[in-house]
Design a protein around this ligand. Structure first.
Ligand code: NAD
Length: 348
């Protein structure tokens, strides 16, 4: 299907198809909106079945970055890129160098970073011939993963929810169900435990569950029962579409606030959550911590502490969003989209 006719084309400013025969490179850079500043968003390496599937993914992700960056109050637009390849390829470094030349040619209109299939060490490889790469391993202390910023955003997001619903500033005794104990879910669990919350957790990786049970006094539950726990907050930190036609009837939590992308199977599920009195924090608002913390390196060289301070702003953004949703009796997901569009339009 022609690019311009695709539903997901939306209002993209630029879509660049990148090829390098000597490196066997096939990639796409999508720049959705630069009204607020240069576009920024990660680079995904994935063996897509077809160019069309890669194109659909990059267009959706890049639009999502425009909304995320706007809601986070960042002077950044939205963009994303994909490299169509298996990230375990032995010639990965050559592929990354060939691709980052294309990013360099955009002269700073687009900045890229880690995502699925690309880690902070890979970002350093891309930076060998490109000035527009962030989340590089060399920018942080050894072993540090920028996902820690995302987890911090999730923690203050849950604090905002607790303040909004129960008027409390502490999390003692709060019951939280965490789905997915990877880079974000595990660190979120640590912070919740240290703040006195009681955790129900799950993962499909037994060792990940074991770690959190042993270190953070969590109770393990089967993966297909995590959404149905009798808890105060459900924090999805694994895959998308966890709020769907089946699960929505079983969710007992008063609020959903987690770090996974695309948690609602459809926008209608946001409307249904309002009817059921369940507070939903839109995923791209609460999971912006990685962009806020790591993206700060685009503009200056903040210390780790300064970057973390910026992430804490997610708390008040969520409080404002939740009170506007209450006043207008409308889904938070709709209101967040509206607010992001207003911000993008405001700088035109
Ligand atoms: P990760 O791969 O490190 O962890 C995901 C975990 O979920 C893994 O431990 C995996 O085993 C588990 N999992 C997968 N399917 C599951 C299932 N059905 N039930 C239970 N557990 C399951 O990923 P991450 O970096 O922690 O990201 C988690 C989510 O947050 C993703 O949706 C990601 O797109 C989103 N996100 C992450 C960041 C970041 O900074 N890492 C930023 C924004 C959004």
């Amino acid at each position: 299907m022609p690019v311009f006719s695709k539903k997901d084309f939306d209002t993209h400013e630029q879509v660049l198809f990148c090829h390098d025969a000597s490196a066997d490179l096939f990639g796409i850079i999508a720049i959705h909106n630069t009204n607020l500043g240069p576009a920024a968003g990660g680079c995904r390496m994935y063996p897509y079945e077809s160019t069309d599937k890669a194109l659909t993914d990059v267009l959706r992700l890049s639009k999502g970055m425009s909304y995320k960056n706007a809601m986070a109050g960042l002077p950044l637009g939205g963009g994303k890129c994909v490299i169509i390849a298996d990230p375990s390829r032995l010639d990965k470094a050559a592929l990354l160098r060939a691709f980052s030349k294309h990013v360099q040619r955009l002269g700073g209109k687009y900045w890229t970073a880690i995502d699925i299939g690309i880690n902070p060490a890979d970002a350093d490889v891309m930076a060998e011939n490109c000035d527009y790469i962030f989340t590089r391993a060399s920018q942080y202390p050894e072993g540090f993963n920028p996902s820690v910023f995302t987890a911090l955003g999730g923690f203050v997001g849950i604090k905002a929810v607790v303040k909004h619903i129960w008027g409390k500033s502490d999390l003692k005794g709060l019951k939280v169900a965490v789905q997915g104990l990877g880079a974000t879910g595990r660190d979120l669990s640590r912070q919740l435990f240290e703040a006195g919350a009681e955790l129900m957790v799950t993962d499909i990786r037994e060792e990940a569950v074991q770690y959190v049970v042993e270190n953070y006094q969590a109770t393990a539950v089967p993966p297909d029962e995590i959404h149905a726990q009798d808890v105060d907050v459900f924090a999805p930190c694994a895959m998308g579409a966890i709020v769907n036609d089946t699960s929505i009837n079983e969710i007992k939590a008063k609020a959903i606030c987690g770090l996974a992308n695309n948690q609602l199977a459809t926008q209608d599920h946001g409307v249904e959550l309002v009817k059921r009195g369940i507070v939903y924090v839109p995923d791209y608002v609460v999971n912006a911590g990685g962009m806020i913390g790591a993206g700060a390196k685009i503009f200056s060289n903040p210390t780790m502490e300064e970057s973390k301070q910026k992430v804490l702003g997610i708390h008040d953004t969520i409080l404002n969003l939740l009170s506007r949703a209450d006043q207008e009796k409308r889904p938070t997901s709709e209101i967040a989209d509206e607010m992001a569009l207003e911000m993008m339009a405001g700088k035109d």
